[in-house]
Design a protein around this ligand. Structure first.
Ligand code: HEM
Length: 211
């Protein structure tokens, strides 16, 4: 059995990809659960999970970039002959940086605001301000564009298209992200989240009858 350094670094690179997608899965579930919650109590545990996971994304991006660059360096000395000038590598670096910048500019401040609102809200029905923050289109679009553009990068890594085609795949991923967010936000607007005023009235009447 011969295990070389390239194989070990590739394993680490793929492991980080798997962990990053798992983290994104929890964030997408949290978005859905929070937009549908009827009470502040239901929001608290999701808010804590989001608050813990969100700051880890830039670390994952740095690890991907670092391990990916190491792979390019190692690959330059093998038959594969990867180069930093290869289209699929340039596009993956640009996508990673663009996605992280968008995450930092859009997701981080809004995530912090939502966590603060939930932390300071009393138990009971979800306020209009919190409801608006949980269904903020900027957050939904940014989260889905990020995840699906990353999936486009997975295609770049596996198929290695040439420069003139490489940009297309993260772009297709981003478009899929836009469409999926729009469908879900439309669903929430149609009341797929449940009848929020009715949920709120039920919670309020339960509170009154307890008092
Ligand atoms: C969104 C970020 C990234 C994701 C999701 C990702 C994903 C992957 C995956 C799934 C593989 C395994 C492909 C295979 O074995 O066929 C891989 C390999 C690789 N990645 Fe990445 N990667 C990312 C960023 C990067 C970056 C920024 C670089 C370069 C700086 C890079 C360089 C490489 C190289 C050289 C390989 C080895 C390809 C091969 O051996 O065929 N990756 N990546």
């Amino acid at each position: 059995m011969r295990i070389d350094l390239f194989g070990v670094v590739l394993f680490l690179h793929i492991t980080v990809v798997i962990i990053a997608f798992a983290m994104a899965g929890v964030m997408h579930t949290a978005l859905q659960a929070m937009a549908r919650a009827g009470t502040v109590q239901e929001l608290r545990s999701w808010s804590k999970a989001m608050h813990r996971i969100e700051p880890l994304f830039p670390i994952m991006a740095l690890l991907l970039l670092g391990l990916g660059s190491w792979l390019v360096h190692l690959g330059a000395h093998t038959d594969d002959g990867f180069r930093f000038s290869d289209g699929w590598i340039i596009v993956s670096i640009v996508t990673l940086v663009a996605v992280e910048a968008a995450g930092g500019a859009v997701l981080a401040p809004r995530g912090k605001k939502l966590t603060g609102l939930i932390e300071h809200a009393p138990d009971g029905p979800v306020s209009d301000e919190i409801r608006a923050a949980t269904t903020d289109p900027a957050v939904w679009y940014a989260a889905h564009i990020t995840t699906f553009a990353f999936l486009g990068v997975v295609f770049l890594m596996t198929a290695k298209p040439t420069g003139e085609w490489a940009w297309l795949f993260p772009t297709i991923g981003a478009v899929v992200g836009v469409v999926l967010s729009k469908l879900q936000l439309d669903g929430l607007g149609r009341g797929d989240a449940g009848d929020v005023p009715a949920q709120r009235a039920a919670v309020e009447s339960a509170q009154k009858s307890r008092a």
